[in-house]
Design a protein around this ligand. Structure first.
Ligand code: PXP
Length: 244
């Protein structure tokens, strides 16, 4: 038996909504996918309500809050509109992400250090509403120090760069993520990670002992075309569990 605590899997269902939205109807239903994910071993559901609603929409959020028996992690930009929505629905957690209208996906982490003044009030209001705040940041000491100053209980490290590179560069990025996880944990912050994780690259990340949660979406939904959503999630879960 391993001494490392278990690693939670948050399944991001945004891209079920992307497929639904391509035709404008209501199939495939993100809430149904969330329920399948929960039955397949997901510990939580993650969804990003973007300013342009290109993934999930406001009514999806309402139905997710009504239907889920596992925690919902709402990814959101640091805007007044999103703050009001989070305070109204009170998801278990809110992960603050940078958002640029033209980007295809979340490119790079939040500049928590540069946005201290804006984020301080934002984080404070979410915490007061008992919403677990997470900051989606690059695995950099400067950003972790900013998260400490902001009193964020959780940080999520952006693994996009790790996922895109190979060889020695990837090894160096893996060390950067491992060092960041250790620094966060030492300072009482729970470290999570996510973005671009796949069956081929998840094991080394899952083996970082301080990490408590991985949030994975695009690959799982894509792989579901070949092996079904239940199958893709169970396989990811097994790889994560074996790595601990
Ligand atoms: N974590 C955060 C904060 C994200 O914004 C996303 C999606 O962009 C993910 C995890 C999941 O990334 P992916 O869909 O590449 O698995």
């Amino acid at each position: 038996m391993s001494a490392i605590p278990p690693l939670r899997l948050g399944v991001n269902i945004d891209h079920v909504a992307t497929i639904r939205n391509a035709r404008g109807g209501d199939h495939p239903e993100p809430v149904r996918a969330a329920l399948v994910a929960a039955a397949a071993g997901a510990d939580g559901i993650t969804a990003h309500l973007r300013e342009d609603r290109r993934h999930i929409r406001d009514d999806d959020l309402v139905r997710l809050m009504d239907s889920l028996t596992i925690p919902l992690n709402l990814e959101m930009a640091a805007t007044d509109e999103m703050l009001a929505i989070a305070l109204r629905h009170k998801p278990h957690a809110a992960c603050i992400v940078p958002e640029h209208r033209e980007e295809r996906t979340t490119e790079g982490g939040l500049d928590a250090a540069g946005m201290h003044n804006k984020l301080a009030d934002f984080v404070g209001q979410l915490k007061e509403a008992n919403i677990r705040v997470s900051l989606f940041i690059e695995p950099e000491p400067r950003q972790i120090e900013a998260a400490i100053r902001l009193g964020a209980p959780v940080v999520e490290f952006h693994t996009g760069r790790y996922a895109e590179i190979t060889g020695a560069e990837r090894e160096a990025e893996l060390r950067r993520i491992a060092d960041a996880a250790a620094l966060a944990a030492k300072n009482g912050i729970e470290p999570h990670a996510g973005h671009g994780l796949t069956f081929d690259n998840v094991v080394a990340i899952a083996a970082i002992p301080q990490l408590a949660e991985l949030n994975i979406g695009h690959f799982l939904i894509g792989e579901a075309i070949f092996s079904g959503l239940d199958g893709s999630i169970r396989q990811m879960r097994a790889l994560m569990d074996d790595a601990r």
